[in-house]
Design a protein around this ligand. Structure first.
Ligand code: ZN
Length: 124
């Protein structure tokens, strides 16, 4: 298997190949899928690696097209009464009025014998 851009239609026509370093991708797939890959490999004929690479290329091109311009939805904002007491911090409280980041920062400072980086009554 030498062509990283291999597509299914090329497997049907068996065009040119270019040299490419192959790396092992250890992925668990359902056994029914393996049987279908085996069947395709026998039918075309091609190696199982060629079938997998061709199918991945087809899927990646489709996914890239579908995801063009897509942005993840914005994170829901935490209600004020559940926000960290540190000014400007929008994260959710987990302990002593602080978010995980600020709680850990305070714990580390206290354990190191340093003054707390967060004011005692650090309200909004
Ligand atoms: Zn915080």
């Amino acid at each position: 298997m030498r062509d990283p851009d291999l597509r299914l239609d090329e497997l049907l026509q068996r065009g040119r190949r270019k040299a490419e370093t192959l790396k092992l991708l250890n992925v668990k797939v359902p056994s029914s899928m393996l049987e279908r890959i085996d069947r395709l490999a026998t039918l075309l004929p091609a190696t199982k690696s060629e079938i997998v690479v061709a199918l991945l290329n087809e899927g990646l091109v489709t996914a890239e097209k579908q995801l063009q311009g897509w942005r993840p939805p914005p994170k829901p904002s935490i209600p004020k009464e559940r926000r960290c007491i540190v000014k400007g911090c929008e994260r959710e409280r987990v302990a002593k009025g602080l978010c995980a980041t600020h709680y850990q920062a305070q714990r580390r400072a206290v354990m190191a014998g340093k003054p707390s980086p967060i004011p005692e009554n650090g309200a909004h």
